[in-house]
Structures are given as C-alpha cells and as structure tokens.
Design a protein around this ligand. Structure first.
Ligand SMILES: [Zn+2]
Ligand SMILES: [Zn+2]
Length: 420
C-alpha cells in the first residue's frame, strides 16, 4: 500500500473545492435525524410485477407511523436533481435517451436506440415519467447530504435512494440514475468533504465504486455476496482502486449462505479498520436489506439481527470520526412484507436514537405494532412477522457453516492486509 499524505488526519482548511466551510454538527440527542422524502419519488415504478416496488417505502413509513417514530418536524421534503447534477456522473447521450423514453409514447427512433443504454432490459425497462421520478430520487439523496453538511442535522435518511448499479451511460440492476454517486459528488463539489461510502446491500456497489475508482478523497466499501454467483459479478478482493485512489476501495465478497455471526464479524472488523484509516468527514451508507435469508434474489442467510447491529456500528463510527455526519440511503431488499419494513425501520430507530433501538439489544422478542399487522396482512398471502427480530436459532442450520465462516475469515484477512 503506497503511503499517501492525504490519507492522514483531514485538514478542513486545506480541503479542495470548498465554497462553504464544514460546520460542526450538533451532538446526537434523541430525534436528531431528518427523514427525507417526497411523494414524487414514489413514481419510480417500472411495473407492478417488478421487484423494485414503491410499496417498500409505504410499508416502512406506515410501520414507523404506527410506532409514532416519524414526527412531522423530522420530515424534510426533497427537490429533484438538476440536469447539471445528473451530468456530473452520467453522459449527456444517456440522459437524453432516458428523457426521450420517459414520454407517454416515445418515438420509435428513441426506442430502437435504447438498447445499449440498458433501457430495454427487463431489469430496467423504460416507463413514462422515468426521468422525472429518477431525478426526484437523486434530489432526495442530495437533500440529505446538504442537510447534514450544512449542519441542519447530524444524520439524514433517504430511503428512496440507493440506486448504486447505475453506470455513466447505462441503466442496470433496477437503477436509472446513480443517486449515491451524485450525492457523493455533491459533497465533494460543495463542501470538499472526504466521503466514506459504505454499501451493505447484498449486491456489489459497482456503479459507485467505478465512479470514484481513482479518487483518493472518496473511499468506497462494499460487503456483498461474492460476484462469482450474483449480479453484478464484480466486487472482488483485488479491486482496490487505481492510481491516486489505490487503497480507497475495499470489497468483502462473502460466501453464499453466510449467517449473522460471520457477516457481523467481517463487517465490524473491516469497517472499523477502514474508517480509522481513511478519516472521513462524512459517512454515506447504502442499506439494501437483501442479505436476509428470506430475500428471493440472493443466497445469503442472515437475519434481522444484522440490520439491528450494523446501523449501530455506523452510528458510533460517525460520531467517533465525522462529528456525527452520517447520511443513509435505502437500496435493494425484495421481501417487501417480511424483511424490508422491519430492516429500514430499525435503521431509522438507530439514526433517531429512538428508545426502541436500545430496548431491542436485550429484548429479542419485542412485538411489532399490531395495527401495522392488521392493516397489511389482508394484502399478502405471506404471514407477516409478529416481532422486530427473527428467532434465527429456530431456523434450519446451514450444513457448511464452519467452512463458510473460515472462507469469509480468509477474505477478511486479505481485504484488510495493507491497512494499519
Ligand atoms: Zn447520532
Ligand atoms: Zn441488492
């Protein structure tokens, strides 16, 4: 690992591109987080059978409302991204294609041109209003970054965000515009902040990684199921950044059927080491919850416990290294009913220092609000969970547990080997 001066403790006064100083965020007290949302972002909807469905947000917000954990003064309305902001990451011809295919009846010429941009793919099929809806999602993530870096709040959550697979000139993996990458670029351009991007979605955060692969001031971290078996097929150990950005990229490709203990061991050791090494000004994390055993699109075997503990670790790191500055986004998660609402609510409870986040440390059988279950059970044939956490002890055990744990430990050792 080459030694680089700019990876020592960060000097705000010498930061590049600063046009406003970073202000110290207030100390974390109860309800000190903002919840960024706009109903326009709910129009990001390919079609009814598509796994990336806005009902995921509705179910989560309803659960938080039933818990009275989402007061009006904590909600922050977002704005759409400007075209200029989209063009920080995306190529003009791609944005033009997205716009043209957003009309109610696109011209055949634009449809025939859409294939290389991924807009005819079954994962990212074009739909009316796509450009506008995706722009609102990007704007929400920018709004969250602005709220935190301006000092309005130490933490901000934008569950609409998390489109980490979008590439400069291609839609991929349900993602049109890469809100995470654009929001990071916003933090760089407007505040000169060093950003640590933490991606805990089960799929590798490829679009964000490649956007900053040679940038020493943006460190991308992704813990995911190995790309040997899962989309997008990247995120291998040797991907560590290039040129000046070498070392500012870490990947933890874990084995299929990884369970809580091994996932948490790999996550906690590596993210603590990397955060200490990189000394970020801002942590921007992406919270796809598709590493859960019930998720239909991956092969991991984790329970809700990782979605309780992981945000608490990030919360602590944000206060230790970033004066609390922490922006969190949504992402994947395709068991709408049983996994996503609980996992994303747990994230908000942690960010907003809700008493229930503490209580769940010792009360593993805490019930979900009955009103939420009563409202939504009639809408699904699946039996809704009755408790916040899973009783994973009762799950069928994974036959290769020791082998999987040992292989993940080897991966962890290699990922961390050059970091002091
Ligand atoms: Zn806090
Ligand atoms: Zn995912």
């Amino acid at each position: 690992m080459p030694q680089r001066n700019n990876l020592t403790a960060y000097d705000f006064n010498n930061a590049l591109c600063i046009d406003r100083p970073i202000r110290k965020a207030c100390d974390c007290v109860s309800a000190s987080a903002l919840f960024v949302h706009h109903k326009q972002a709910m129009n990001y909807r390919f079609h009814d059978q598509h796994p990336f469905h806005p009902i995921r947000w509705e179910l989560t917000m309803d659960l938080l409302n039933d818990l009275q954990a989402l007061s009006t003064d904590r909600k922050l309305a977002s704005r759409p991204a400007t075209e200029e902001e989209l063009l920080w990451i995306h190529q003009p011809a791609y944005v033009e294609s997205v716009k043209r295919l957003s009309s109610a009846a696109p011209e055949p010429h634009w449809i025939s041109e859409g294939e290389p941009y991924g807009l005819l793919d079954e994962d990212t099929p074009y739909f009316p209003g796509m450009h506008e809806a995706a722009s609102w999602i990007v704007g929400g993530s920018i709004t969250a970054v602005e709220a935190v870096l301006s000092g309005a709040s130490p933490h901000a959550l934008h569950l609409g965000g998390g489109l980490h697979h979008a590439l400069p000139a291609k839609a991929a993996g349900f993602c049109i515009y890469n809100d995470a990458a654009i929001a990071i670029d916003y933090a760089r351009r407007h505040y000169g902040a060093r950003v640590l991007y933490v991606d805990t979605d089960v799929h590798h955060g490829d679009g964000v990684q490649w956007s900053f692969y040679s940038d020493p001031d943006v460190c991308t971290y992704s813990i995911h199921e190995t790309g040997k078996y899962l989309f997008p097929g990247t995120g291998h150990l040797p991907e560590r950044g290039e040129h000046q950005g070498y070392g500012a990229c870490m990947n933890l490709p874990l084995q299929p059927y990884t369970e809580d203990a091994s996932w948490l061991e790999c996550f906690e050791e590596s993210i603590r080491r990397l955060t200490k090494y990189f000394q970020p000004d801002l942590i921007l994390s992406l919270h796809g919850c598709d590493a859960h055993a019930l998720d239909p699109l991956s092969h991991m075997h984790c329970s809700m416990e990782i979605y309780r503990q992981m945000p608490a670790i990030l919360h602590e790191l944000a206060h230790t290294y970033c004066e609390g500055r922490w922006v969190a986004l949504g992402g994947g998660g395709y068991d709408f009913w049983r996994v996503v609402p609980r996992a994303w609510s747990l994230l908000w409870l942690e960010m907003s220092s809700h008493p229930l986040a503490n209580a769940l440390q010792t009360d593993a059988r805490h019930p979900l609000p009955q009103a939420w279950i009563d409202t939504w059970q009639p809408h699904t044939p699946q039996s809704l969970p009755s408790e916040w956490l899973d009783d994973a002890q009762r799950w069928e055990s994974i036959p290769r547990r020791d082998e999987i744990t040992a292989k993940n430990r080897e991966t962890l050792a290699v990922a961390m080997q050059d970091y002091p």
